[in-house]
Design a protein around this ligand. Sequence first.
Ligand SMILES: [Zn+2]
Length: 135
Amino acid sequence: MTQTEQLLNRHRIKPTRQRLAVMDLLLNSNQRHFTAEQLYLQLQNQGDELGQATVYRVLNDFAKAGLLRRNQLTQGKAYYELADDQPHVHLVDVHQGDIVEMQDERLMMQLRGTVQQMGYEIVDMQLNVYVKATS
Ligand SMILES: [Zn+2]
């Protein structure tokens, strides 16, 4: 059994060919944030004939199972990323469209502390900061 199959099994998702193709791409890419369309096109490029509706369905399954985070970053477009890391801040470049991850442990600690004082704990978060490059 491949690692990808094991991962899907652990999350009680049946490892169909389509799901394995999408997860393999997500795991092996240098890119971390994908729209459904970008994933669809990359799968096409590498010769995996998956319909667009199938890609959407697979991403939805993964998000529901907690494997992916769905993030609304720019102009209503949803981006998917693996939910295998710490919550982080996204810097969204409003001119270039780039998405940069920002790790700031102090900010996170401060957030956790404030949330705790209000009687809650963080279960998930999305923090997007819209930026433009300074010239
Ligand atoms: Zn991210």
